[in-house]
Design a protein around this ligand. Structure first.
Ligand code: GLC
Length: 452
């Protein structure tokens, strides 16, 4: 007995440590599932539409940057508000078009770095209602229209406000003050911007916040943890992008499509439809629908979302070229929805020369085939038996054969799928390869026969 008590005594610290370990592990597990639950809709959404709309559409110049970089004076830049009419603003039509494109969410610039707010904010001196030709709130009706279409609502909000008299930066070459020298001015700015955020969260309770411009100050200066807490308190499920100085939920690469699968579990590529975020009459360098679909499939193949940006004109009309691209994108995403929405990233490059995705249970491999591949396409290193191959959105059954399989090795041979040209989609054909179980890939170096 004595011995027993002694052993227990001696091992108590280990027992405690052991249980602490278990608790730590289960806390981590719990946090992970909470995060996965929260991020679920985002992970499955695949496509979002970004909207940059502000007074910069009047002259058709770079949003905010044109005065920050001193290509135009601040005064002339701000004067654009007198012609920001919103006279053809049709939030319902916008939301319908977004829905039609296949997107599951939209993110709109409630306020860019220039400080011009689209809603009736009680903070500051620069908003669409009181300080522009539009004389109306052009954010609320759009948020309502999105919700009506059951689309998730994302609010872009620029942390910097280069027009606000108590913000540090004015232009590239002009600073108003340094925080250390005039901390009370910075406090004033913090109250202003956090007040606006509180307004936004109360008014719209968005599903997602898309911050921007965090590079100008540290997390501490922005009070990023406090802001995150404040937004989560209002809505524990709200998703925050990475640009809150490390206090966000997902990464936001910009313009450049990742070639290899990013390490981040959740990410979204934001990309302009031409070369500009906002409307610029002079920019007709639109991406072709083939290019947009090509980029989109590369993104989902790597497990990300595409946030495709459009820029309505100052009167609120979405330029025809942009409407056309979204409509064509919608036709394609609708036809191929089973290979897109709710899918997982595809198989590593090399097994198939093109983008791929996987059904959630990993038993269907979707192959995205661009153009006319000739009579057959090749699948390498797939250990599964193929039960059936069909053309998505068309249903035609396709034949395949296995070449080079040897009985003495795990090497599964090469699978050749016969692709008749009459089934080809003029933009991108999608094949569904139904497997006999979860996808199983050959990743070995090969073997040498030892007996035959
Ligand atoms: C950049 C630019 C900004 C644009 C944003 C969209 O951060 O500052 O003009 O709104 O990218 O991702």
């Amino acid at each position: 007995m004595k011995n027993f008590i002694h052993t227990i005594r001696k091992s108590t610290p280990f027992v405690i440590l052991f249980f602490l370990g278990i608790t730590n592990f289960s806390v981590a597990q719990h946090t992970k599932t909470v995060e996965e639950k929260k991020m679920k809709w985002f992970k499955e959404a695949k496509l979002g539409i970004f909207i940059h709309w502000g007074i910069y559409a009047v002259n058709g110049i770079d949003e905010s940057w044109s005065f920050f970089n001193e290509y135009i004076s601040h005064e002339d830049y701000i004067a654009q508000k007198e012609n920001f009419s919103g006279s053809k603003y049709a939030p319902k039509v916008w939301a319908e078009l977004i829905k039609k494109s296949g997107a599951r969410y939209s993110v709109i610039t409630s306020k860019h770095h220039d400080g011009f707010a689209l809603w009736d904010t009680k903070y500051g001196n620069l908003n669409a209602v009181k300080h522009s030709a539009a004389q109306k709130d052009v954010l609320t009706p759009f948020v309502k229209a999105l919700k009506k279409q059951k689309l998730k609502v994302g609010i872009y909000y620029s942390l910097p406000d280069w027009s606000y008299p108590d913000y540090t930066h004015f232009t590239r070459n002009k600073r108003r003050y340094a925080i250390l020298e005039e901390p009370q001015r910075w406090e004033k700015f913090l109250t202003y911007y956090q007040g606006q955020l509180e307004e936004l969260s109360k008014k719209y309770n968005p599903d997602l916040y898309w911050f921007d411009g965090d590079w100008e100050h540290s997390a501490e200066e922005w009070q990023a943890p406090k802001v995150r807490q404040m937004l989560l308190k209002k809505n524990p499920n709200v998703i925050i992008n990475s640009r809150l100085k490390g206090y966000g939920d997902y990464a936001t690469p910009e313009q450049g499509m990742p070639i290899t699968k990013p390490k981040d579990k959740y990410w979204e590529l934001c990309m302009t439809i031409n070369d500009s975020w906002g409307f610029q009459k002079n920019d007709t360098n639109y991406k072709s629908i083939d290019q947009v679909i090509g980029i989109f499939t590369d993104v989902i193949s790597n497990g990300g979302n595409l946030l495709l940006d459009i820029g309505p004109k100052a009167d609120g009309k979405i330029p025809e070229e942009q409407v056309k691209i979204l409509e064509e994108l919608g036709q394609w995403t609708t036809k191929h929805k089973e290979a897109i929405f709710g899918t997982l990233a595809g198989v590593p490059h090399g097994h198939f020369y093109g983008p791929t995705t996987l059904s959630k249970d990993k038993t269907i491999l979707y192959l995205f085939v661009k153009g006319n591949p000739g009579s057959e396409i090749v699948l390498r290193g797939l250990k599964n038996k193929i039960n059936r191959i069909y053309v998505v959105g068309n249903g035609t059954k396709l034949k395949h054969k296995v070449v080079g399989k040897v009985y003495w090795s795990n090497y599964p041979g090469i699978k050749y799928i016969t692709v008749p040209n009459y089934i080809l989609d003029d933009k991108m054909t999608v094949l569904a390869v139904m497997l006999d179980g979860k996808v199983d890939l050959y990743r070995e170096d090969g073997a040498v026969i030892e007996s035959n």
